[in-house]
Write a protein that binds this ligand. Structure first.
Ligand code: UDP
Length: 241
């Protein structure tokens, strides 16, 4: 059943902002449902799926620190925000009868599993979707880096970065008409041109572990399933040459 897949085990990174839909902050249930539909479609194709969800729709450590909260505490608040989003996504996936586990980098036994690499691998082998919550569990990091870290630990074939647009551009295509879109980029090029796709530590980690990063739009219906088959519209960031 999985023969049609270019990438068999994937990690999908969804920013917290994507879950806001048209709102100013928090969760838009319609948007959570739309992303769950995309995940379900890929699961039905036979892919093994991990998710990392950001927390920017609820709280960002940097903003909290700017408001006077000590940075490490502000980041802890940001990490808790990712747990809220992860539980919302788990709920939506389970409504579709998809077996889903949330594993948190910060232990919260009453509501989810602690992060245990071998257990997470076992879940994937059994066809369960695993959502990694609370980022890396450390302040001064982002969920992009957490995504690259977990993708490396899980031996993922690709890291899929869901965005509002269909790939990487040299400027924001919503603001700059005629912005250039890239089909393919090297990790080094992303870093040297400061293209703002993911933070530098996430790109470096993916590079070290030779995990391609596929940047695509989460707003194209059926888009995720197309990307996992190596079709559709996306920018691939991989080894140069
Ligand atoms: N965060 C953290 N360590 C991590 C991951 C996240 O401290 O390993 C905190 C950080 O404060 C960040 C917030 O969690 O601002 C939300 O994550 P992020 O900004 O990456 O979410 P996104 O932009 O993807 O919505």
């Amino acid at each position: 059943m999985a023969a049609d897949l270019r990438y068999r085990r994937i990690l999908l990174k969804v920013s917290g902002e994507a879950l806001m839909g048209g709102r100013d902050c928090g969760l838009d249930p319609a948007m959570v449902a739309q992303i769950a539909d995309e995940v379900e479609a890929v699961h039905l194709l036979g892919a093994e799926l991990c998710l990392v969800i950001g927390g920017g729709n609820i709280f960002r450590g940097v903003s909290g620190a700017a408001g006077g909260i000590e940075r490490a505490s502000a980041d802890a608040m940001g990490m808790l925000a990712t747990v809220i989003n992860s539980l919302a996504m788990q709920n939506e996936l389970e409504r579709r009868s998809l077996d889903t586990r949330v594993q948190s980098a910060i232990s919260m036994q009453a509501i989810c599993e602690p992060y245990i690499r071998r257990r997470a691998l076992r879940h994937l082998e059994k066809g369960r979707i695993v959502i990694f919550a609370a980022g890396t569990g450390n302040p001064f990091f982002t969920t992009d880096t957490a995504a690259a870290l977990r993708a490396s630990e899980m031996g993922c074939d690709a890291l899929l970065k869901a965005t509002k647009v269909d790939g990487v551009y040299d400027a924001d295509p919503h603001l700059v008409p005629g912005a250039r879109r890239f089909e393919r980029l090297g990790y080094h090029e992303v870093l040297s041109r400061d293209l703002q796709v993911m933070d530098a530590s996430a790109i470096s980690l993916a590079r070290e572990n030779r995990i391609p990063i596929l940047v695509f739009s989460i707003f194209d219906k059926g888009g995720l399933a197309e990307v996992v088959r190596g079709r559709g519209r996306f920018t691939i960031i991989a080894e140069e040459g």
